[in-house]
Design a protein around this ligand. Structure first.
Ligand code: FAD
Ligand code: NAP
Length: 508
């Protein structure tokens, strides 16, 4: 970009310009330096399972701090970027990209990037940190176990032996296509919401089954295609919140990570100022579906489309397909699934199944990590099973949250793992990991959800700060774990401690 173009851009788009400057500074200050090609990286060596936007940044943090790693990815090279490599070209971020900076060197050119921009950022990161040579594609991990020396083996020893494992397999696997009675008789086409590229919706009556974020995206797609009418059939109620980064961040600031005595306030404000005449679509007041119980959908367009008459958002149960549409039991607000309602035929000549994705299985991990009451997501910091602090299941034990999957915590979790591996004194013991889980459950005992089934981003930050502050041997690591800076100093201390331990005959 020439100086003239640069100045013109700053004048025409001042907000975007400031955003770019901030990102540039963050990248310069917080991105670890990529290792030189053929550099000898030290142990601990980490195995990263999955090459999505969790796995690639996690691996880049490992090598950026001088530790060796290998990425094992079930898909092929074209699946680099995980779920984003498999969805529609029209898919994009609903939350603001400010909350989707999955690595400090990510640079967004817009507030709401599309899937191509997201995949290309993952790809750039992958190349920048020399991860091409460290990634094994077409390698599905089916078994993770330890050798006699306590090193992890993934599938078989030919993949190497590792000191730590990062499982980054995500929550969106293959598309979920439930069979609904009568599907075969339906005259129109039926497709999954992740398979919309090239579909024609112009002038059609479209039915969308499901009421989650994919349904919202499908609705936006068919509206842009100028469909005649779209009926979204949702069997349960979910909150929709505005596509405004300040409102979204404000909601994420509830540090308790659950419903509180004040939750009525944001709910009332959303009904009054956002849903307005369409408050009937929102979960009912005084129900168990408070705003801090489930991941909300972030969107502005849905309500506008309903107001314009181009779409209807209907609550009820699918009874079955008929040649001309879907038989539906329409329920009033607050009537539970399967409850009484009014039966009607929703006409359609195209049906989009926005019924979600199958959750990839963590069954390859050792059996002991699934023992109740410490089964996922009830793990230390939600990601470390108490039996094995050297396993970090990042972003894949996630159930519901107000926050983001693709943000700074990916680096923080990776550095927690590195700290645990290199510093025996900072390492958590199984007993204390379990006590922390118990304590969090106790703090959230009044929450309508399980303690780890819902959290907010500020609660996550509180967890991080708490587990560092509670253990004095972790204090020296705080700048490294939280910001990725100053790792050399605590490492030198640990090396001296190691020498002392060896001198005293203490072996870890
Ligand atoms: C259309 C769409 C839009 C979304 N928008 C948002 C959003 O706005 N905000 C948000 O926070 N989240 C959003 N999400 C959720 C999204 O899943 C996450 O943001 C993020 O992409 C997850 O990245 P990941 O790397 O953790 O998982 P994935 O991207 O799912 O990657 C996991 C990888 O692991 C591989 N894998 C799985 N099992 C194995 C195995 N056993 N062995 C080896 N490899 C394995 C998979 O092949 C895959 O490549 C969206 C999801 C979709 C589908
Ligand atoms: N741009 C974005 O922000 C974006 C876009 C797409 C996806 N995502 C993310 O991707 C993940 C998956 O989202 P998703 O919307 O695909 O899936 P989802 O959240 O699991 O929603 C699936 C919807 O389909 C309904 N459903 C499932 N089976 C059904 C059946 N047999 N009959 C009728 N309805 C059925 C579900 O109802 P119940 O709730 O009652 O089960 C739910 O409303 C989420 O984490 C989401 O945030 C984000």
């Amino acid at each position: 970009m020439s100086t003239q173009d640069f100045v013109l851009f700053a004048l025409r788009h001042p907000v975007l310009f400031v955003y770019q400057v901030i990102q540039w500074i963050l990248s310069k200050v917080l991105s670890p330096t990529p290792p030189p090609r053929k550099a000898h990286l030290r142990r601990p060596k980490i195995a990263v399972i999955g090459a999505g936007l969790t796995g690639v940044p996690a691996a880049s943090h490992c090598v950026g701090h001088g530790f060796d790693c290998v990425i094992l990815e079930a898909g092929s090279r074209k699946n680099l970027g995980g779920i984003w490599s498999r969805v529609n070209n029209t898919s994009g971020l609903q939350i603001h990209s400010l909350m989707y900076r999955f690595h400090p060197s990510v640079t967004w050119k817009s507030g709401y990037p599309n899937r191509h921009q997201i995949v290309s950022q993952v790809e750039q990161l992958w190349r920048k940190y020399g991860l091409e040579e460290k990634t094994k594609f077409n390698t599905r991990v089916t078994k993770v176990y330890k050798d006699l020396h306590g090193r992890w083996i993934l599938n078989d020893p030919s993949n190497g032996r590792f000191d730590g494992v990062i499982a980054a397999i995500g929550t969106c696997g293959d598309p979920k296509m439930p069979h609904i009675p009568g599907m075969e008789e339906f005259k129109g086409e039926i497709c999954h919401s992740s398979d919309l590229d090239g579909r024609q919706a112009k002038g059609k009556k479209v039915i969308v089954i499901g009421g989650g974020a994919s349904a919202v995206e499908a609705l936006e797609f068919v509206a842009s295609e100028d469909a005649e009418i779209t009926n979204v059939l949702a069997r349960s109620e979910k909150w929709i919140i505005p596509r405004n980064p300040f409102i979204d961040m404000l909601l994420a600031m509830n540090v308790f990570g659950s419903e509180t005595n004040l939750s009525w306030l944001p709910e009332w404000m959303l009904r009054r100022f956002f849903y307005r005449d369409l408050a009937d679509i929102a979960p009912p007041p005084n129900s168990k579906k408070g705003i801090f119980t489930e991941t909300p959908m972030v969107n502005d367009e849905v309500l506008d489309l309903v107001r314009s008459g181009k779409a209807k958002w209907l609550r009820g149960d699918i009874l079955g397909f008929e040649p001309d549409g879907v038989r539906f039991n329409r329920r009033a607000q607050g009537v539970p699934k399967g409850g009484p309602g009014r039966e009607e035929l929703i006409e359609g000549d195209m049906c989009i199944m926005a019924t979600g994705f199958k959750r990839p299985s963590l069954a390859f991990l050792p059996d002991e990590v699934f023992q109740p009451p410490y089964e996922p997501p009830n793990w230390y910091l939600q990601v470390f099973p108490p039996e094995h602090m050297d396993i970090c299941a990042d972003n894949c034990t996630y159930v519901n949250a107000i926050g983001s999957v693709g943000n700074y915590h990916i680096g923080i979790y990776t550095r927690f793992l590195l700290m645990f591996l290199v510093d025996p004194l900072a390492r958590p013991k199984e007993k204390w990991m379990k006590r922390w889980i118990d304590m969090t459950r106790w703090i959230k005992a009044r929450s309508p959800t399980g303690a780890f089934d819902f959290f907010t981003y500020s609660e996550l930050i509180y967890w991080f700060l708490f587990v560092i502050a509670i253990q004095p041997f972790r204090w020296k690591w705080a700048p490294f774990v939280l910001f990725g800076i100053g790792g050399a100093l605590p490492l030198a201390v640990v090396e001296r401690e190691d020498k002392l331990r060896k001198g005293n005959g203490v072996v870890h």
